[in-house]
Design a protein around this ligand. Structure first.
Ligand code: PMP
Ligand code: GLU
Length: 389
């Protein structure tokens, strides 16, 4: 009954493990969850107020597929103000989360057999969506020695005549690494004489630590502006995961039109109420809340990194952004699926095995939870590691 296409698709591992942890908790098991890629903070009040107003004023009907003009203006203005990127409103499109933005993007650009370069460790969804579009994910392996960033030489070696696109995620889920302007320029130099596009996933843009500067890939040169599709949203930086808002921006108006056409036949516009709320997340109204959350994440990042590095057999590079630690456990156990499963069963700790992100021997620990739970969780992990054989 099922299509061949759907049978090749895997369920999102991050979501699957988070659901399992929640189910175990409901059953009364003592489980601490560090698998969710979701801020524990509430959505800022100024955003909620805009949504309440939208409902009360009856803003509850269909809207244009790609978003109301005010929302598209707010997206373009945000990209100009924060990133120095000059897009017009017909170069942006709002979707149901950055996940749909990526889905639209791959569906609208990938032909059967096209190769998409994805640096590993990668966010679980990219290879699945590429395959679903008929494309071939080509991974570039990275490790702690380059802070999980690809080098220009690695990129050069991965390019073939079939390469259509490179996916970049900075700050990265799951490693928290951030590409500097110079590193992005070096990537741009490798691609200069090619038609290869970049999908730049900038979801964690606002969550950078220790004075790290975020650089948007499209902003490093005119050439990069032309070839880069910027993907972003408010789920992570403004704690709006449930509202479902993401967007794409591209210099190529035909591409934006194509994504709009696809969306017109699948989900139509995003929720009208979310659109008025999202404007407040984009226009600076929630900046103080965003900074408060960033500071809390930074303190947790500091503490969790220190505590993990005190555990014999584990080590982790301090992330520059996002809210994950990608913890190396190779000295104890090379098989991350086995290790994470045992951690859940024996210690009641839910983390995501590195294999799900294409890199074995690690687990992803989300520090998007309160500091006391983080301390308690790492204490339990330390006990678990001691007894592991
Ligand atoms: N990109 C990255 C790197 C992510 O971690 C996520 C996680 N949800 C997304 C995109 C999608 O976010 P959303 O669909 O909630 O906007
Ligand atoms: N992106 C988040 C994560 O990595 C949320 C879950 C998902 O969409 O995969 O955990």
């Amino acid at each position: 009954m099922l299509s061949n296409r759907i049978q090749t698709l895997s369920e999102s591992l991050t979501i699957a493990i988070t659901s399992l942890a929640q189910q175990l908790k409901r059953e009364g098991k003592d489980v601490l969850g560090f698998s969710a890629g979701e801020p524990d903070f509430d959505t800022p009040q100024v955003i909620k107020d805009a949504a309440i107003r939208a409902i009360e004023e009856g803003f509850t009907k269909y809207t244009p597929v790609d978003g109301i003009p005010e929302l598209k203006e707010a997206i373009a203005e945000k990209l100009r103000r924060d990133n120095g990127l000059h897009y017009t409103t017909d170069q942006v499109i709002a979707s149901n989360g950055a996940k749909q933005s990526l889905f639209n993007l791959f569906q609208a650009t990938i032909n059967p057999g096209d190769e998409v370069i994805i640096p590993a460790p990668y966010w679980v969804t990219y290879p699945e969506l590429v395959k679903y579009s008929g494309g071939i994910p080509v991974t570039i392996e990275t490790d702690d020695t380059t802070a999980f960033k690809i080098t220009p030489e690695q990129l050069e070696a991965a390019i073939t005549p079939k390469t259509k696109m490179l996916v970049l995620t900075s700050p990265s889920n799951p490693t928290g690494s951030v590409y500097s302007r110079e590193e992005l320029e070096a990537i741009g130099n490798v691609l200069k004489d090619t038609d290869i596009m970049i999908a730049s996933d900038e979801m964690y843009e606002k969550l950078v630590y220790e004075g790290t500067t975020f650089t948007a890939a499209a902003s490093v040169s005119d050439d990069m502006f032309e070839r880069t599709v910027t993907v972003n949203g408010l789920s992570k930086s403004v704690a709006m995961t449930g509202w479902r808002f993401g967007y794409c921006a591209s210099a190529d108006r035909e591409l934006v039109k194509a994504m709009k056409k696809l969306q017109s036949q699948s989900t139509s516009n995003i929720n009208s109420i979310t659109q008025l709320a999202a404007i407040k997340g984009l226009d600076g109204s929630a900046d103080a809340d965003i900074e408060m959350m960033r500071q809390a994440f930074e303190a947790r990042c500091e503490e969790a990194t220190r505590l993990f590095n005190e555990i014999e057999g584990l080590c982790v590079i301090k992330p520059k952004g996002a809210f994950y630690l990608f913890v190396n456990h190779k000295a104890i156990e090379p098989d991350s699926m086995k290790f994470a499963k045992a951690m859940l069963e024996k210690a009641g700790i839910a983390v995501v095995p590195g294999a799900g992100f294409g890199t074995d021997g690690y687990f992803r620990f989300s520090f998007a939870t309160d500091i006391e739970t983080i301390r308690k969780g790492i204490e339990r992990i330390a006990e678990f590691v001691k007894s592991y054989r």
